[in-house]
Write a new protein. Structure first.
Length: 116
């Protein structure tokens, strides 16, 4: 298994600058699609429409309150009703707010969180 430091360059897409309403600029780094696919494979067997009855939805098994807090309602009322691309867009915001700990088991399994 590769630790966070070993995969950072391979999983990040080059940063782009975003100008915030107050005029400040912020770099935005997006995660490569293959990382989201690996995470979804672990979380939901890669089923982006997953609704297993466990209270989490979509390929990345996002909890509805987190979906809402992260802007997901602009796409759909629940993650499993949004496209893969929409789910990963929201996941980028979740990652920004919570880090990889939002997916503690699977992020560790795919090497995005180091071993304890």
């Amino acid at each position: 298994m590769v630790g966070v430091a070993g995969v950072a360059a391979a999983v990040a897409v080059p940063a782009t600058a975003v100008v915030l309403p107050d005029g400040r600029a912020r770099a935005v780094v997006t995660v490569a699609d293959l990382v989201w696919d690996d995470l979804a494979e672990c979380e939901s067997d890669g089923d982006w429409r997953a609704d297993t009855g466990n209270g989490y939805f979509g390929g990345l098994q996002i909890w509805p309150p987190t979906w809402e807090e992260s802007g997901g309602l602009r796409f759909a009322d629940r993650p499993d009703r949004a496209s893969r691309r929409q789910q990963t867009a929201v996941a980028e915001e979740i990652l920004r707010m919570q880090g990889w700990e939002a997916w503690p088991v699977c992020a560790r399994e795919i090497g995005m969180i180091g071993e304890e």
